[in-house]
Ligand binder design. Structure first.
Ligand SMILES: [Zn+2]
Length: 314
């Protein structure tokens, strides 16, 4: 039996089931929590997330991967409580966003790698929660400091066997930059998901990502810009028709609690950006476009399981 560490402890990878590969329980800006704690109601955040994850569960979602990086307010204890109360498995991430990680400006890459490895092998701080995936991000383009983060992430992934899932800016084809750096560090690209690829309208870019060996993260489904859900479904269907179902993951990049906007704004302005959109609205669109149930199962169940199953750490 292969196991993966979830927010609530080890689970059999067979239990992952229908898995959303890129979501968030909470995204914020940690300086605000630290300086203005009175602006935040933790209990309310937990309630909101539990409600949303229960709705996702009712729609058939069994697991989500929370790709919130350290510097956007990852909170392992909050995630674990939400997972326990909703009954949805949550995989927790370590790693950094594309902002400049000032803490490491005059430190070594090895220090960055060591902290990620500790999150994965021992647990995050004193929470007892172990990360099982590494997030990294490149936007709007690869910079010197971002390249250091990518190299440190690749090394942590090689040491632990967990997958790397990224955030890209496809307009600048930064997925290809990430692949080059990760590969230079000796990482098997078959252990990487190049995320936000569905923001691209260029199928040759996506084919290049897949032919280089990575999974293509079609994981912003429901965000109407730069591509509508119909356009994103069209692209998924085209890639499946070309035989790439085994290299595609599907998700929304949605946030149960999103502090970059005033409360309620996103729900009103972007109602499709939610955890149930894929299962309830987009899978029917894929079927209409000729995508088979077997291919849908491959993208939503088998690919996530394969990514977490190959971890050398159980
Ligand atoms: Zn995200």
């Amino acid at each position: 039996m292969a196991t993966v560490q979830s927010a609530t402890g080890p689970i059999d990878t067979a239990e992952l089931g229908f898995t959303l590969m890129h979501e968030h329980v909470r995204v914020g800006w940690p300086a605000m929590y630290q300086q203005y704690p009175e602006l935040f109601d933790r209990d309310e955040e937990i309630e909101r997330a539990v409600t949303r994850l229960r709705a996702a569960k009712d729609a058939g979602v069994q697991s989500i991967v929370d790709l919130t990086p350290i510097d956007l307010g990852r909170d392992a204890t909050l995630i674990a409580e939400v997972s326990r109360r909703s009954g949805v498995n949550v995989i927790v991430a370590t790693g950094f966003y594309y902002s400049i990680p000032f803490h490491f400006l005059m430190r070594t890459n090895d220090e960055m790698t060591a902290l990620m490895v500790r999150d994965i092998t021992e647990g995050i701080s004193t929470t007892g929660v172990r990360a099982s995936v590494i997030k990294c991000a490149t936007e709007p383009e690869l910079t010197e400091i971002n390249e250091r983060v990518l190299r440190a992430s690749a090394r942590a992934a090689r040491q632990t066997g967990v997958p790397v899932c990224t955030h890209t800016y496809p307009a600048n084809r930064t997925g290809l930059d990430q692949q080059r750096v990760l590969k230079e560090e000796g990482l098997d690209l078959g252990r990487t998901v190049i995320g936000h690829s569905d923001d691209s309208e260029d199928i040759t870019y996506l084919e290049e990502i897949i032919e280089n060996g990575s999974y293509c993260g079609m994981d912003r489904i429901g965000i109407p810009r730069p591509r509508t859900s119909e356009q994103r479904a069209d692209m998924v269907a085209k890639l499946v028709e070309k035989g790439y179902a085994e290299r595609i993951t599907l998700s929304h990049d949605s946030c149960c609690n999103f502090h970059w906007a005033p409360p309620g704004l996103i729900d009103t302005a972007v109602p499709s950006w939610r955890l149930t959109h894929l299962a309830l609205d987009v899978i029917p669109m894929l079927r209409e476009r000729g995508v088979s149930d077997a291919a849908i199962h491959t993208m939503t169940v088998e690919n996530p399981r394969r990514l977490f199953e190959n971890s050398s750490l159980h």
